[in-house]
Write a protein that binds this ligand. Structure first.
Ligand SMILES: N[C@@H](CCC[C@H](N)C(=O)O)C(=O)O
Length: 295
């Protein structure tokens, strides 16, 4: 048995076990991740985030060796390229434990590429989410059809068309007609996507709620739920919120808002669409520190 220091944190209730492992000395395995994320036998989380210098990890080889790398794992022990809520929480973690000042923005490495995390004050962070692509991986990029896939989900009859959106990791977004339809979904059962995405997919269900003008700027508002690849239904998904904002903006047609306030079960995040890039803004909270026994 060994002991492992951890921090528990969340971003709009998408929760993570954070591990500080600057020199990459920890043998992080799928079994250890599943144990840490187990809500009954472990600590409990949607995923594990390890803070490690890029030079200490094969996945960080494309970055400057001193750059912090967000080593993200889903609760089932699989890796993901990127986690939007996790990046905000990672920023808060690095500010506290990594000697970092994120007020001017810090660049972190992820499996989806470099991302910039900026502390906005008051426990809020913004993440530059990189470039996005609509449509299937092998399809035309940038000029997509409104829908390219079909999603089956429990509580959703009939199956609905979906749009695939890549924001560094894969998503499929389904438009629903009403909040009642969204609430009626049973996401304890994984939705299925056809054609089957080769790397799996996160699936978002979205209802557009209208919009408002805030400080003279048009904001759209949308509510979503998500079934995450590797974690099941979660209370929020930052990359998913970006995918939803991009999908509803496409569906709204030319002249639709570039800013989308996205309601998730765990709170509210804001997505800004700026050309071929998005930013994600929302809270990050470090909840607890502890030492866990590893069997
Ligand atoms: N919750 C995250 C996304 C985590 C990874 C995802 N489950 C995947 O496998 O791609 C977010 O906030 O973006």
């Amino acid at each position: 048995m060994t002991s492992l220091a951890f921090t528990k944190g969340h971003g709009t209730e998408n929760d993570f076990v954070l591990l500080f492992d600057e020199r990459g000395e920890l043998e992080l395995t799928p079994d250890l991740v599943r144990y840490l994320c187990d809500r009954r036998a472990g600590i409990g989380a949607d995923g594990v985030i390890r803070a490690v210098r890029s030079g200490a990890l094969e996945a960080g080889k494309d970055f400057d060796e001193s750059m912090w790398f967000m080593d993200y794992w889903n609760s089932d022990g699989t890796l993901s390229e990127m986690c939007g809520n996790g990046a905000r929480v990672f920023g808060a973690f690095l500010e506290r434990d990594g000697g970092v000042d994120a007020r001017g923005g810090i660049i972190i490495g992820t499996r989806a590429g470099a991302r910039t995390v900026t502390a906005l004050g008051g426990g809020r962070y913004s993440v530059g989410m990189g470039t996005w692509r609509l449509g299937p991986e092998d399809g035309p990029s940038g000029v997509p059809a409104a829908f390219d896939s079909t999603v089956h989900a429990k509580g959703l009859n009939p199956a609905r068309p979906a749009l695939s959106v890549d924001v560094g990791n894969p998503h499929h977004v389904v438009a629903l007609a009403s909040p009642a339809e969204l609430e009626g979904l049973d996401l304890t059962v994984a939705p299925s996507v056809a054609p089957t995405p080769p790397e799996g997919s996160n699936v978002e269900f979205a209802v557009t709620l209208g919009g408002e003008v805030i400080d003279g700027v048009a904001h759209g508002r949308v509510r979503m739920r998500v079934h995450e690849r590797g974690s099941g239904e979660t209370r929020s998904c930052g990359t998913g919120a970006c995918a939803v904002a991009l999908a509803v903006k496409l569906w709204a047609g030319p002249g639709g808002p570039d800013i989308w306030d996205v309601e998730v079960p765990g709170g509210l995040v804001t997505v800004r669409v700026m050309g071929d890039r998005t930013t994600l803004e929302g809270p990050a909270v470090l909840v607890a520190n502890g030492v866990v026994t590893v069997p």
